[in-house]
Write a protein that binds this ligand. Structure first.
Ligand code: B12
Ligand code: SF4
Length: 586
């Protein structure tokens, strides 16, 4: 073959994440091509090592070049921009677009040199690559593509070829990614979704739900185990719904237990569905034992009429049950989403949603994180296709005037303008967040808060409570220090290491004396008091002396036995650690 294939993921905010998620779709496409002897280059703009110059250099080097872009409804205009740039500078380039946006809207994007692939792209892209780079086959024979023929749009019927059987897909090859070690692992055990919520484009079309066999998923788990050196602190299942059936959940948990019995080196995230988890609540315990760290559920609303309008297929009481059981089973982090701008929803309804969300927080204080997103009429959804039937007016079909990820509204309803929807969404979030933080502060022990910090620092769990606490200077410092190898909390250390560690106070310069009392972290949410006696110990928490050495000094200064001095020293330290004001330096 005389040319190359370049695959590009270009989100609009390519803020280089420390551990980005692999662009799984492109990874599958690249691996399939590679298996067939076509070696693609993958440029992921989430990664700081990726530059546009690099893309252009790769294009310029190739004799023939097929450049494929991932397109969602958020980045489509950026993609058009970038592809126009390539087409104007490099006449030998052909562009192909794929992804969830163009799976449903393709007409505006197809040109002489730009083709669209609808739906799953593995088989069509393989045939397109052979066509453009090696003159093999013809366009009419390539399934799922939309192209121009004699100036007319031609949309070929979809077929997935050998990949109709999902088990024939290869295991995604992480080595296609730039600096593969800096990504965190993602695994998808099925394509599509068996449900049809009206705000979502999943579950519609020819290939609604295709699960992989358990053996096939097991192979991928094993390959991840080898690739990540038997250390998968936070595996993210990318399935739309991981809990499709009780049997499948049991089977998945069995293979996780078999290959990752040590849960200190393995944990995972998944999306659960309320109806299944409420019907089989024992699954939550099973998932927890297998290493579940964060469970996401789509709540959407606490109003049964709304749930029915959304075609959710579950009841309000089932939401309550799932949240309560997840709390009982001590799932470290539970995330639930509500929706704003629903058909018929009024300002008063949002107030009721706030009350319901707070009630859920009461069922799982410190563990449940609640958020809200604005109903967005994505292409392919019932609410876009039949908007007026639902009393929705789409005010911006192309989503140009805002950002989905930051809850811009692109609709109006019979009761709310787009700005009211945006305002109410923010209002819900700030009310519920403040309530959740307050509940967390009184319900979680300091040990539990520290454990949540560790989950964030070590396993990259996106827990909002920790993010909020981390906005406090010293909490941020603790989190930062804790991510380094030589800083630990005392409770994490085995007994024999405790006296060897040196306590390091995080904000020792913020101590104010009032008579016999010393206030540490004065004027902050984490203010606490030390007595004069305790202060005399605290002054040594500079990271220069270890606990043994401090105890030695305290013992001679106060004529105490060494054991007694050590106990005093530890007590003062723990008080500081409980207020996120100290950490042990090893
Ligand atoms: C995991 C996930 C996330 C993760 C990670 C996203 C990521 N970029 O990896 C998180 C939680 C961060 C996330 C966030 C959001 N997500 Co999301 N997410 C998903 C989910 C469930 C899985 C993605 C995945 O890995 N798919 C697996 C791969 C194999 O499929 P694929 O990417 O579609 O690729 C295949 C085809 O599309 C095609 N293809 C893709 N690219 C290309 C390129 C070429 C050249 C070709 C030929 C073919 C092709 O071939 C691929 C292989 O078959 C999808 C739903 C889904 N089932 O896909 C939603 C989905 C992508 N998310 C969606 C949305 C709306 C969001 C948010 C805006 C939600 C919000 N309000 O905040 C944010 C936006 C974040 C952002 N800017 O990326 C929508 C997008 C709808 C749209 N029209 O754009 C989806 C489709 C869900 C839905 N049905 O509504 N999401
Ligand atoms: S919202 Fe979730 S459960 Fe509903 S159709 Fe979409 S992916 Fe499936």
């Amino acid at each position: 073959m005389d040319g190359s294939v370049i695959l590009i993921y270009a989100p609009i905010d390519a803020a280089a994440a420390r551990y980005p998620r692999p662009p799984l779709g492109l990874l599958y496409l690249g691996t399939v091509l590679q298996d067939q002897g076509i070696f693609p280059q993958l440029f992921d703009f989430q990664h700081q090592d990726t530059s546009w110059k690099g893309v252009e250099a790769a294009v310029a080097r190739a004799e023939r070049c097929l450049v494929g872009f991932y397109c969602d409804s958020e980045n489509i205009f950026r993609v058009l921009n970038l592809s126009d740039r390539l087409l104007s500078r490099y006449p030998h380039v052909r562009i192909v677009l794929g992804g969830p946006h163009v799976a449903h809207v393709w007409e505006p994007y197809v040109t002489e040199n730009r083709t669209v692939v609808r739906g799953e792209g593995e088989y069509p892209l393989l045939l397109l690559a052979k066509f453009y780079l090696a003159d093999e086959g013809t366009l009419p024979d390539i399934p799922g593509i939309v192209y121009l023929q004699d100036g007319r749009l031609q949309a070929n019927p979809i077929s997935l070829g050998p990949y109709e059987d999902i088990n024939h897909l290869p295991i995604p090859d992480y080595s296609l990614l730039p600096r593969k070690d800096s990504y965190y692992p993602v695994l998808m055990t099925a394509r599509g979704c068996p449900y049809k919520c009206f705000f979502c484009s999943e579950g519609h079309g020819d290939h609604a739900y295709r699960p992989r066999s358990i053996q096939n998923v097991e192979q991928e788990l094993l390959s991840l185990k080898v690739f990540f050196n038997d250390n998968l602190p936070y595996l993210s299942f990318a399935d739309d719904v991981f809990t499709v059936s009780a049997q499948r959940v049991h089977d998945m948990c069995d293979i996780m237990d078999r290959h990752f019995p040590d849960k200190t080196r393995f944990g995972f995230f998944c999306e659960g569905r309320v109806n299944i988890l409420a019907e089989y609540p024992e699954l939550i315990k099973r998932l927890k034992c297998a290493g579940l760290l964060r469970l996401q559920i789509g709540i959407e609303s606490g109003d049964q009429r709304m749930l029915d309008k959304l075609n959710k297929g579950f009841r309000v009481e089932q939401i309550e049950k799932v949240v309560a059981v997840a709390y009982q089973e001590q799932i470290p982090s539970i995330y639930g989403n509500f929706m704003c701008g629903l058909p018929g929803q009024t300002e008063k309804d949002i107030e009721k949603e706030i009350t319901f969300a707070k009630h859920l927080v009461d069922l799982a204080p410190g563990r449940l994180e609640v958020s809200m997103t604005v109903l967005t009429p994505y292409p392919g959804t019932e609410y876009r296709i039949n908007a007026s039937r639902w009393g929705l007016t789409i005010v911006d079909h192309d989503f140009i005037t805002g950002r989905m990820a930051t809850d811009s509204s692109f609709i109006e309803t019979s009761y709310l303008t787009r700005r009211q929807i945006e305002y109410l969404c923010e209002h819900f979030k700030s009310e519920v967040e403040a309530y959740s933080l307050e509940k967390a502060a009184v319900s979680l022990s300091s040990q539990e808060i520290k454990e949540l910090f560790m989950l964030t620092a070590e396993r990259s769990l996106p827990i909002v409570l920790v993010q909020k606490l981390s906005q406090l200077d010293h909490a941020r410092w603790i989190l930062h220090l804790r991510s380094r190898e030589n800083h630990r909390f005392l409770f994490e250390l085995p007994d024999h290491l405790r006296t060897a560690g040196s306590p390091l106070s995080v904000v020792s310069n913020k101590v104010v004396q009032f008579g016999e009392t010393f206030l540490v972290n004065k004027y902050s949410a984490m203010e606490f008091e030390l007595t004069q006696d305790e202060m005399q110990v605290y002054q040594y928490f500079s990271g220069k002396l270890n606990f043994g050495e401090i105890a030695q000094r305290v013992s001679s200064e106060r004529s105490l036995t060494r054991d007694c001095a050590l106990r005093k020293c530890m007590d003062v330290y723990l008080k500081c650690e409980d207020h996120l004001a100290a950490i042990v330096l090893l």
